[in-house]
Design a protein around this ligand. Structure first.
Ligand SMILES: N[C@@H](CCC(=O)N[C@@H](CS)C(=O)NCC(=O)O)C(=O)O
Length: 207
C-alpha cells in the first residue's frame, strides 16, 4: 500500500492526500514534520535529503517534492484523470501547478505566519503589509484567469493544478486581513469545497 509521510497541517502533504483520495487510492499516512516528528534524522534523510515532507513510499520506491508526487500519482492511476493527455491541456495544468509553487507560494509566508499561525517573531506590520500586497497581486492573476468562466484552472477538467491552487486559495480565504474582493476566486473556492476530497482536506482547522 502507498504510504504518505508527512503531517496533515502541511499544505504540501495535503496536496498528496487529496490527489490519492480523488484517485481512490488506498494509503497510510504517517505523521512526520515538526513539531510532531523531526524529519531531519538519518532515517528520514535517507528518503528525502531535504528533511522535508511529504515523501511518498510506493513498494520500496521513495519520491519527494509534492508536485512530482502529484504527477506520479496521476500517471500511475489517473488514466486521464487529474492530468490530461492532450499536450495543450496538460501544458496548462502543469503551468498552473508550477505557478502555484514558484510564484504564488513565496508571497504569503510572512502574512500566514503573522495572521494565521500567530508565530512569535512575525509582528512587523510593514512586512505583513508587503506580504499581503504581493499575495494579492498573485491572486489577481488567478482571478483574471477564472474571469472567462472556466470551472478549473486549466479549463474544463479538474487537474492536479486545482488541488495545489485550491489549498492555496483556502489559505487566502482563511487569513483574516483587509483583502481585495476576488469573486471568481471565491466561487472557485466553493467549487473545490464541494468536492468530497476538497471538503475533507480543507476542513477546519486545516488551512
Ligand atoms: N518543495 C517542497 C516543499 C516541502 C516543504 O516545504 N515542506 C515543509 C512543510 S509544508 C516541511 O517539511 N517543513 C519542515 C517540517 O515540517 O518539519 C514540496 O513541495 O514538497
Amino acid at each position: 500500500m502507498l504510504k504518505v509521510l508527512g503531517r496533515v497541517t502541511s499544505i504540501n502533504v495535503r496536496k498528496v492526500l487529496w490527489a490519492a483520495d480523488e484517485l481512490g487510492l488506498a494509503y497510510e499516512q504517517e505523521d512526520w514534520g515538526l513539531p510532531l516528528r523531526d524529519p531531519k534524522v538519518p532515517q528520514f534523510l535517507a528518503l528525502n535529503p531535504n528533511g522535508q515532507v511529504p515523501v511518498l513510499l510506493d513498494d520500496g520506491f521513495a519520491l519527494w517534492e509534492s508536485n512530482a508526487i502529484l504527477i506520479y500519482l496521476a500517471e500511475k492511476a489517473g488514466d486521464g484523470r487529474l492530468l490530461p493527455q492532450n499536450a495543450q491541456k496538460r501544458g496548462l495544468a502543469l503551468q498552473w501547478l508550477g505557478w502555484q509553487a514558484s510564484e504564488l507560494n513565496p508571497t504569503w509566508g510572512y502574512a500566514v505566519q503573522a495572521l494565521l499561525r500567530h508565530t512569535p517573531g512575525f509582528e512587523d506590520s510593514s512586512r505583513i503589509a508587503e506580504s499581503l500586497r504581493r499575495w494579492g497581486e498573485a491572486m489577481a492573476i488567478l482571478e483574471g484567469a477564472l474571469a472567462d468562466g472556466r470551472p478549473f484552472a486549466a479549463g474544463q477538467l479538474f487537474t492536479v493544478a486545482d488541488i495545489a491552487l485550491a489549498l492555496s486559495v483556502h489559505r487566502w480565504v482563511k487569513t483574516p486581513a483587509e483583502k481585495p474582493g476576488l469573486p471568481g476566486v471565491e466561487a472557485y473556492h466553493q467549487r473545490m469545497m464541494a468536492r468530497p476530497a476538497g471538503a475533507k482536506w480543507m476542513a477546519d482547522p486545516l488551512f
